[in-house]
Write a protein that binds this ligand. Structure first.
Ligand SMILES: *Cc1c(COP(=O)(O)O)cnc(C)c1O
Length: 486
């Protein structure tokens, strides 16, 4: 039987694990980026029942190599161009390890004052690094909080918006009137999910048309839709504007949308999950135009492109009162002098779950290791490589580039002469599948104007120019092979 792991055993296995991770990151290139296993393959390689007797830790590490690695899609691979990046970095890994080591549950200030106060400091730091307004800072009327995901941030924003729009009635009586949420066809699916969770239902989600070229929300359509809903007796609760949509990184016109929200007192949430962190570079700060003037809440994900291991979404509100009104409940077993005294932040009131991890540690280790300079260099590398790739695509008549491409995502479509749109889309999907089966890269697709386009999202920490060049060479070769019927 294994007793608790002794400090000496932990030291030994801990070193093995850190060595394992360092070797993995140093030697990641030979792995196929996209896992090539079939459904059920990993499960079948694992015992159906848990062991009765404890096992040596070395056996676990051996299975990590033998069984699990083939089933890993390598998000940190320099050839990973799918979805959006999900950056990990050694300082973030170490920060997360310290969080695990402390084993702190930071639901209240009193359950670990440092967990709360470090979080306050790093979210305020990040607000300043991104050029966000002073009222988002904790010493102002608002404040920031680390959530597990942008999806949670959207849900929490919607709950605060409903609280404000209903004068607190929703918290007391539930949803009794018809509240509406405004999104575009390009808005992330988590907003519709938030509407369902909050009791608005899919019927409460109003979809605003986008500009057919830029795919950005059309503010005049928003104005018309809100007027129609008001006339029909609905209560417009929240508009979600997106800075950098998931499909193509379209940027909704936040200032114009904000004007419409202000006219009707509607909460404006800005979802900048992927793109928001780019504002750390002064030359990209324009992505947040209008946020300072109009946003009631704003969220961005350091866990995508800012070198901080999942999960780490930072969400800010301009005014914390409706948020706390929507989510604070104080049962007897959580009562304590610090909370009652009102001089501390209890982040449990800023999120859906009660319990919370010490996530601030990894953001702190990342910001301190890289400094603002290092973080800017990483963002700039992605943007420059993507710009270069876009140039190659634009110059090649066998491909059509989707514009605009404001950050590090490039969308494009191969041209298939002589094929109908439907057949061309099928050929594009086949091209993608062949590329992804090749192992050297992984890219994903979306649809623009109902046509399939490929997405190359640059931004993994390991990606250098040579990897983007190689990806482009492979894309061209495979397209030619397919077009020639090979
Ligand atoms: C990725 C993304 C999300 C979802 O992020 P999670 O943190 O995984 O919930 C939401 N909105 C946009 C615009 C995104 O790109």
């Amino acid at each position: 039987m294994n007793a608790h792991m002794s400090p000496e055993e932990f030291r030994r296995h801990g070193r093995q694990v850190v060595d394992w991770i360092a070797d993995y990151l140093a030697n990641i290139e030979p792995y196929p980026v996209l896992s090539q296993v079939k459904p059920g393959e990993i499960r079948r390689s694992l015992p159906a029942a848990a062991p009765e007797r404890g096992e040596p830790f070395e056996d676990v590490l051996a299975d990590l190599d033998r069984v699990l690695l083939p089933g890993i899609t390598h998000w940190q691979h320099p050839g990973f161009f799918g979805y959006f990046p999900s950056n990990a970095s050694p300082p973030a890994i170490l920060g997360d390890l310290i969080s695990s080591g402390l084993g702190v549950q930071g639901m209240l200030w009193v359950t670990s004052p440092a967990c709360t106060e470090l979080e306050t400091v790093v979210v305020d730091w990040l607000a300043e690094l991104l050029g966000l307004p002073a009222h988002f800072r904790t010493d102002g009327p608002g404040g920031g909080v680390i959530q597990d995901s942008a999806s949670s941030a959207s849900l929490v924003a919607l709950l605060a918006a409903l609280h404000r729009a209903s004068g607190g009635e929703v918290a007391r009586d539930g949803v009794t009137r018809r509240y509406t949420l405004y999104v575009s066809s390009q808005t992330h699916s988590s907003l519709e999910k938030a509407a369902r969770i909050a009791g608005l239902g899919t019927a409460g989600v109003r979809i605003v048309d986008v500009d057919p070229d830029t795919l950005a929300m059309d503010p005049s359509r928003l104005r018309r839709l809100i007027a129609e809903d008001l006339a029909a007796g609905a209560v417009p609760a929240m508009v979600c504007a997106t800075v950098g949509t998931t499909s193509t990184t379209a940027i909704d016109p936040v200032p114009a949308i904000g004007e419409v929200c202000r006219e009707h007192g509607v909460w404006l949430h800005v979802d900048a999950a992927y793109a928001g962190v780019a504002a750390i570079c002064p030359e990209l700060r324009h992505v947040n135009d209008g946020v300072a003037e109009y946003a009631d809440s704003y969220a961005t994900n350091p866990h995508k492109w800012l070198l901080t291991n999942f999960d780490c979404t930072v969400a800010w509100v301009a005014d914390r009162t409706p948020l706390l009104g929507a989510l604070s409940i104080l049962p007897e077993y959580l009562r304590n002098a610090a909370t009652s005294g009102g001089s501390v932040v209890d982040y449990r009131d800023w999120q859906v779950p009660l319990g919370r991890r010490f996530r601030a540690l990894k953001l702190w280790t990342v910001i301190r290791w890289y400094g603002a300079e290092g973080l800017r260099a990483h963002i700039r590398t992605g943007v420059e490589l993507a710009r270069e790739l876009a140039g190659w695509i634009a110059a090649d008549p066998a491909f059509e580039l989707h514009e605009p491409h404001p950050l590090a995502l490039v969308c494009f479509r191969p041209v298939w002469p002589g094929l109908s749109p439907a057949d061309a889309d099928q050929a594009t999907m086949r091209l993608m599948e062949r590329l992804n089966a090749g192992g050297a890269l992984y890219l994903t697709h979306t649809k623009v104007a109902d046509r399939v386009v490929l997405r190359v999202a640059v931004g993994a920490a390991a990606t250098r120019r040579e990897h983007v060049e190689r990806a482009w060479a492979l894309i061209r070769e495979e397209r030619e092979a397919l077009a020639a019927g090979r």
